[in-house]
Design a binder for this molecule. Structure first.
Ligand SMILES: C[S@@+](CC[C@H](N)C(=O)[O-])C[C@H]1O[C@@H](n2cnc3c(N)ncnc32)[C@H](O)[C@@H]1O
Length: 300
């Protein structure tokens, strides 16, 4: 009895159908990424090799990946250890959030604000996606990046060494601005955790593999971390400095209110490539009267 010969195309077709049955949204793309990874080639090569038989050792490697993706719903990026962001090949591990394409709109919005010597801080850097993208585009700006997870910072530092070895980024561990006492910046950018705990049960199963500290922002609406960032920012911005925050569009009214309460303007919304209101750029108030007034000195 001869065993079946599996070609590249057979494996792609079988796996795509299997992933669809399991409810994986991007079934064909994921099948291609994982097969290319198992074969040690790029995705385009698969198309050239459609009719090529795949050896048992390679199929065994691929089977393990398919199991982890289909049954456990492990994100492809954790299986391959890579994710592209701003056309940069970032290394990722389960210690960091998988960078999302919608976060690129923060990079786009930040770039026009950067020049030589601009002081830029990223809070909650994760894989380093945002700060590294900015550093590749404006290596003459000055960069700081923080995270409260030391494992995430290790991933970010390795990515920076590989992708922007000549740019100095100052990495600091701690809660929001805590490691930056006395420091002020021209731009603070952050994609903080902003999912509400109440949504945990309805999230795609892939998110269960991502660090919960990167997802859940606290408070009924998930916006506690955003509110803390806005409230603490004034002490860390230079005159004219700005705060650029990724958020859930449903949080826009609350964060605009928090911005006004902290003495900023209500913020300008920024849409991602899909047209969703994805970020808020908060700046100095147009109307100085709206700024928080210092408490009057007691008369003697
Ligand atoms: C949504 S992830 C963003 C990661 C990366 N910037 C990106 O856009 O892909 C949020 C990151 O913020 C970090 N974080 C969460 N709360 C924090 C806090 N209070 N202070 C500093 N970092 C925090 C998490 O560890 C995580 O790496």
């Amino acid at each position: 009895m001869t065993s079946k010969t599996w070609t590249v195309l057979d494996l792609l077709q079988w796996t795509t159908a299997h992933f669809k049955e399991r409810g994986v949204a991007s079934a064909r793309l994921d099948a291609e990424c994982l097969l290319a990874y198992a074969l040690g080639c790029d995705r385009l090569k698969l198309y050239v090799d459609y009719e090529k038989p795949v050896e048992e050792a390679e199929r065994a490697r691929f089977r393990e990946l398919v199991k982890a993706r289909g049954r456990e719903r492990m994100p492809v990026a954790y299986l391959t250890g890579r994710r592209e962001f701003w056309s940069l090949p970032l290394a990722v591990s389960p210690a960091v959030l998988v960078p999302r394409p919608e976060t690129e709109c923060l990079v786009e919005a930040a770039l026009p604000l950067l020049g030589a010597g601009t002081r830029v801080l990223e809070i909650g850097t994760g894989s380093g996606a945002i700060v590294i993208a900015l550093a590749t585009e404006r290596p003459d700006a000055l960069f700081w990046a923080t995270d409260r997870s030391s494992d995430a910072l290790s991933v970010a530092q390795k990515n920076a060494q590989a992708l922007v070895p000549d740019v100095e980024i100052r990495w600091l561990e701690g809660d929001l601005f805590a490691p930056l006492a006395g420091e002020r910046f021209d731009l603070v950018v952050s994609n903080p955790p902003y999912v509400a705990e109440t949504e945990r049960g309805s999230l795609p199963p892939e998110l269960a593999h991502e660090p919960s500290g990167a997802l859940f922002g606290g408070g009924e609406d998930g916006a506690d971390c955003l509110r803390r960032l806005v409230a603490e920012a004034p002490a860390h911005l230079r005159p004219g400095g700005r705060l650029l925050l990724e958020l859930d569009p449903r949080q826009l009214p609350a964060i605009s209110d928090a911005a006004i309460a902290a003495g900023f303007d209500p913020g300008a919304t920024i849409r991602d490539a899909a047209g969703t209101e994805r970020a808020l750029l908060i700046g100095p108030p147009d109307d100085p009267e709206r700024a928080t007034q210092p408490a009057p000195l007691e008369s003697s």
